[in-house]
Structure formats: C-alpha cells, structure tokens
Design a protein around this ligand. Sequence first.
Ligand code: ATP
Length: 204
Amino acid sequence: MRTRNKENLQSNTSVKRIGLFGGTFDPPHIGHLIIAETAWEQLGLEKIYFVPAYIPPHKRGKKCTPVSHRLAMIQLALKGNRHFDKLDCEIKRRGVSYTIDTLRDIKEQYCDDDLFFILGSDNLQQFNTWKKPDEIVKLAHLVVYERPNIPIPRKYSSAIRLNGPLLDISSTDIRAKAMEQRSIRYLVPKAVEQYILKHRLYGK
Ligand code: ATP
C-alpha cells in the first residue's frame, strides 16, 4: 500500500489492490480464512487485512470477548500466510466501529490503493442499515461471499461475488459448541482452538 506513514502497512509506490475484511472474529474460524483466501486468489489482491471491530455496531449490547483475546486469536489464525495481516485501526479508534470511518482513515493514509471490502451475504442484506452505505461504496468495491440460506440481495447485484463452497460455519455456532464442551476441532485453526481452551474463553 502506498502510505504517508508506515505505521501498519507496507509502503510502495505502485497502486495496489487491497482487501479489507471486517468482523468481530469471536473467534476467527476457517470460514473466514477460506473467504479471505478465495478473495485473494479470485481478485488478484496484494494483501488482505483482517479488521477486528472494537464495538461492532450490529452487536451492541451483546457480550463480546475482550478485544485483546480476539486480536490474539486473529494473530494465530493468520500466522503462516504472508498475504494476510491484521489492521487494528478500529481498536485504536475505540467506540463503535463504523466501516465508513475505517475506510476514510485508510483512504486518508493510503490514498492510491484500490480497496475491496469483503463481507458475507448476511451483512450485505443489512447493508442499507449501516452508517453511510452510499459513501462506503464510493471508497471501496463491495465483495460478497454467499452464506447458506442467505441469498445475495438483488439490490447489490453489482457487488463482486466470490465463488466458493457454501460454508455453514459461524462464530456463534463455535461459541455454543465450546460452551457445551463439544469439539471445535477443524472449525478453527489448531492454534486458535488451543488458545480458546487455554483461556477458557467460551466456557460456562
Ligand atoms: P457471529 O456468528 O458471531 O455473528 P460470524 O461467523 O458471522 O460471527 P464475523 O466475525 O461476524 O463472523 O464475520 C466477519 C465477516 O465474515 C462478515 O462479513 C460475515 O458475514 C462473514 N462471514 C462469516 N462467516 C461466514 C460464512 N460462513 N460464509 C460467508 N460469510 C461469512
């Protein structure tokens, strides 16, 4: 990414195609990784940044695992993939994490890059309830991955659609399994599974 300060991202003079993948990542699961890898490959992206929300707007009032744990799990999940990285701008900004604010911050600093904002079809369905959706689509291309039983809304047929297997995996389901002391093996990377168990993140 071309950058005026080198805080988090690499600097370079050429225009780059950069993916941004926002979420709560509570915990990050293999669905997230498959989606990001699919986007990287199908869109020819230079890099994909996972952007954990500090307070997700649509989950306000719901209990969320402390951000330090979510960040640590993302770090573990991304390890070993050189084109994945995390961006902690929403955490540093604190407060409710609106995508428009994040995109403006990123555009301000890394003005020349072409941004691709990746989301699942569940989020695209609610996209018109997000803060400033019309501005979001001016700053970044929307990229959507279909979720089981949640078709891509016609209104956003211009969003770039990723082709991949439907993934019936969610953090909600993984938390519920962990809470019931059922296996979450293979649903999250091994290191994430070990972290969850070690810190008893979703225990009763
Ligand atoms: P939760 O169950 O807690 O709501 P989640 O599994 O949806 O979590 P998030 O961290 O909220 O995970 O998701 C980050 C992004 O990834 C969102 O845009 C979401 O729509 C997308 N996403 C997550 N899981 C899938 C999946 N299985 N298929 C397609 N998109 C997904």
